[in-house]
Design a protein around this ligand. Structure first.
Ligand SMILES: Nc1ncnc2c1ncn2[C@@H]1O[C@H](COP(=O)(O)OP(=O)(O)OP(=O)(O)O)[C@@H](O)[C@H]1O
Ligand SMILES: [Mg+2]
Length: 221
């Protein structure tokens, strides 16, 4: 097996004197979709913040290549202007134009709304715009914090299906933090369960889905 794209070892993080992560280890294989699961307050968001350097950490994070930051979209700009900003640091202008076509192919709703102010897009469309904009940087890894948050089930299904297509066709790896464990385990190939800052379960998503404790506590059946 080749080296993982992301390798986290003994990661500790917290806020001021409060320790939240007590030395977690996980890896993400190139091309994989890996889920981080856990109850409210377990430390999922803190893990992503730690990966982006937004909180002070101890331990090691190894990542081969560029990092994707988690800035929100700019509400006063149009959909297309937001996407253009996503590609701001790129010099390959002809390629960027081709990427517009490609990304509008994944997100036809965004194409229809390309001249609309981002702030007036629906919650689901703004979530799509955030993913689309990150893709304009041609990332190898996307960090997604609750992509289903506050969205209707049909929109969630649409976004997850687009994410699966992008993962498959573009070889973009994804680390997905989700409350919606059922959806996440459908999407992911691997998963980790965090409880109060520690990894308590790791494995293939299909196996985690069968785990009795996970079913009782996170899947509700
Ligand atoms: N900025 C902060 N300052 C102090 N404590 C924080 C801060 N952000 C989070 N915490 C605490 O860190 C712990 C883990 O929070 P975190 O946001 O990582 O949880 P989570 O797993 O993402 O939960 P949720 O599912 O509710 O989003 C919680 O006890 C929370 O209160
Ligand atoms: Mg969170």
């Amino acid at each position: 097996m080749s080296a993982p794209l992301l390798e986290v070892q003994a990661l500790c993080a917290g806020y001021g004197a409060t320790r939240v992560l007590h030395g977690i280890d996980f890896t993400l294989a190139e091309g994989s979709i890996t889920a981080l699961l856990g109850a409210n307050g377990a430390g999922k968001t803190t893990t992503l913040r730690a990966l982006c350097g937004m909180v002070r950490t101890a331990g090691t994070i190894r990542y081969a290549g560029a990092r994707i930051d988690g800035r929100g979209t700019f509400p006063a700009l149009t959909t297309e202007e937001n996407l253009r900003l996503g590609a701001y640091t790129r010099r390959d202008r002809a390629e960027v134009e081709r990427d517009f076509t490609r990304i509008y192919g994944y997100f036809p709703r965004l194409k229809e709304r390309r001249r609309q102010q981002a702030g007036t897009l629906s919650g689901g469309e703004q979530q799509m715009l955030a993913v689309a904009r990150a893709l304009m940087l041609r990332p190898r890894l996307l960090l997604l914090d609750e992509p289903s948050f506050g969205l209707a089930p049909l929109i969630v299904a649409e976004i997850f299906s687009i994410m699966r297509t992008i993962n498959r066709d573009e070889q973009v790896s994804m680390l997905v933090v989700e409350q919606n464990a059922a959806m996440a385990l459908e999407l992911a190939d691997h998963a980790y369960l965090i409880e109060t800052g520690r990894i308590v379960l790791a494995g293939k998503a299909a196996d985690i889905k069968q785990d009795d404790a996970v079913r009782r506590s996170y899947l509700g059946y």
